[in-house]
Design a protein around this ligand. Structure first.
Ligand code: NI
Ligand code: MN
Length: 228
């Protein structure tokens, strides 16, 4: 069963197989690099890592149109419920959720999480997703932290890591994250959207290739990669 990863620009990722479609941090209509509009996507699950506008994005509009289930922390799910989103599952750090596609754990992330209207967005998270027998880790917005070793300890097919710097890890810490996680493949994220987070992802990829046994995969917005 093919499992497709597609970069929808910035920190927005599509994970899709023949039965399910997950979109992580659906920031599309206001993203200068998004290859699609919110109306172009019909996911059945929307995962929101934290409360910032470049991650919350078009979640409410997409969920209301498609009936997708929103997966996030308790505070953010409560905020979406108040906006008329019907299906939400609010968890918290360390907790697993079991859904039709597989399972997802909200993993720790070192960042902040205020919602666009100033509401409390709880704690930011990353996502560890088990789908089709694979383990996919989306670090989302975070600094480097040594407990990434624990996240990687059971084996990862893919790690998606921010390298934009300023708001998250940059290239150097993004290479150290690969060393902690030891995934089979790693893809860079959260760069190139605006000038303050412009980066050359090949600098990261060259170091990952030279210093680790992980295979780096560099995508452009809109490109897809099939998980082997
Ligand atoms: Ni953020
Ligand atoms: Mn962000």
């Amino acid at each position: 069963m093919p499992l497709e990863i597609r970069w929808l620009g910035h920190a927005c990722w599509s994970v899709r197989n023949d039965k399910h479609w997950l979109i992580i941090d659906p920031f599309l209509s206001d993203s200068p690099t998004a290859p699609v509009k919110p109306a172009d996507v019909s996911p059945d699950f929307l995962l929101v890592s934290h409360g910032h506008g470049d991650h919350v994005g078009d979640t409410a509009a997409i969920a209301k149109r498609t009936g997708a289930t929103v997966i996030s922390n308790y505070e953010i799910c409560t905020w979406f419920s108040k906006q008329g989103v019907q299906k939400t599952v609010g968890g918290n750090l360390g907790g697993w959720q079991h859904h039709a596609f597989g399972s997802v754990q909200l993993t720790i992330a070192f960042h902040s999480s205020q919602l666009p209207d100033g509401a409390d967005g709880g704690n930011p998270s990353g996502f560890l997703i088990r789908i089709d027998g694979r383990s996919l880790y989306f670090a989302c917005d975070t600094a480097l932290f040594s407990d990434m070793q624990l996240i990687g300890a059971k084996g990862l097919d893919l790690a998606v890591l921010p390298i934009g710097d300023l708001f998250t890890m940059g290239i150097d810490d993004g290479v150290d994250a690969v060393k902690f996680l030891k995934p089979k493949h790693a893809i860079p994220s959260h760069f190139g959207t605006w000038p303050p987070i412009e980066q050359d992802p090949q600098k990261w990829a060259t170091r990952v290739k030279a210093e680790t046994s992980t295979a780096p995969v560099v995508l452009k917005p809109g490109e897809t990669w099939m998980v082997p």
